[in-house]
Design a protein around this ligand. Structure first.
Ligand code: ATR
Length: 281
């Protein structure tokens, strides 16, 4: 935890609920390592409009936005990054002073986090066909990033209507759960909450389809090894856990807030230590 004094600059995360968030541990580890007098705090807020007034009034410098506010925050911004506008979701705020006025700009780093997690696992997105499960906000950001990077994307979702809607938005293929056995792809990504604690036995696709993939990525990080990743490993696939996307989206936030490259190793170590601490609590 950084030393806090009268000139400490404030950062944080707004969500509802937010007490489970790993972002404070990750960002405070980075600020401390870099010798920055900055503090990152969790802030639970039901009303995003009121929370935004609070941030402006209190002089916050940078904020993460999480569920359920990623879309609802947009009307309260002064500026929005064009990609975040296109995705329709903001997970990062940068606040700056212009005279007496505070200007709040919104960004989306989720899609960058997903692409960076895949790149770190040496996956060439331009040459990959990727099956993505889910059609919610996470699937939208991940799918957008993949298409942007030149991957061929296929969407599957429990509910056909929303799955088809996302596939149309992305300009890609949709396959229903019933037809999933016939799909071929190089990489599989789960963007749903299936497999997340306490649903430890949950798996979003039948494990019989896993052997065809060279890599399988899960955005769920509690537990770190989901049933999907355990069975993917057993099927011989490379696996990318949910901490990877969390880490790389956070690394991009750090870059937006500081202009510096994030200390990724220390951030990943802090995340793993915190997950271990929670597991034994
Ligand atoms: P987020 O914004 O975090 O992505 P969301 O918008 O609620 O969350 O989307 C959740 C996604 O997980 C959806 O694609 C949802 O499928 P439906 O569209 O059919 O609701 C998917 N999902 C959640 N629980 C699921 C389950 N038990 N089995 C299959 N898919 C599930």
């Amino acid at each position: 935890m950084p030393l806090v004094d009268g000139s400490t600059e404030l950062f944080g995360i707004i969500g509802n609920p937010v007490r489970h968030s790993l972002s404070p541990v990750m960002h405070n580890a980075a600020f401390t390592l870099m010798g920055m007098n900055r503090l990152y705090v969790p802030m639970e807020a039901a009303d995003i409009g009121q929370a935004m007034s609070g941030l402006r009034a209190l002089g916050f410098k940078g904020v993460s936005i999480t569920v359920p506010h990623k879309e609802a925050v947009i009307p309260f911004l002064d500026e929005i990054d064009p990609v975040a506008e296109k995705i329709g979701a903001v997970n990062t705020l940068l606040l700056r002073k212009e005279g007496q006025r505070t200007v709040v700009r919104g960004f989306n780093t989720d899609w960058i986090g997903a692409n960076a997690a895949l790149a770190a696992a040496k996956i060439n997105l331009q040459k990959s066909r990727i099956l993505v499960a889910g059609a919610g906000g996470a699937a939208k950001a991940v799918g957008f990033g993949l298409v942007q990077a030149g991957a061929e994307v296929v969407i599957t979702n429990r509910t056909t209507e929303s799955g088809k809607e996302l596939a149309t938005w992305l300009g890609c293929e949709f396959v229903s759960s019933e037809d999933i056995a016939w799909v071929s792809a190089d990489v599989f990504i789960n963007t749903t909450s299936v497999g997340m604690k306490p649903d430890l036995n949950g798996i979003v696709v039948p494990s019989s389809i896993l052997p065809q993939f060279s890599a399988v990525m899960d955005i769920v990080y509690a537990p770190l090894e989901t049933r999907l990743l355990r069975e993917a490993k057993a099927a011989g696939c490379r696996t990318i856990d949910g901490l990877a996307m969390l880490l790389y989206q956070g690394a991009e936030q750090f870059r937006i807030w500081t202009g510096l490259t994030a200390p990724e190793l220390i951030m990943r170590t802090a995340l793993e230590e915190e997950l271990r601490r929670r597991a034994i609590k």
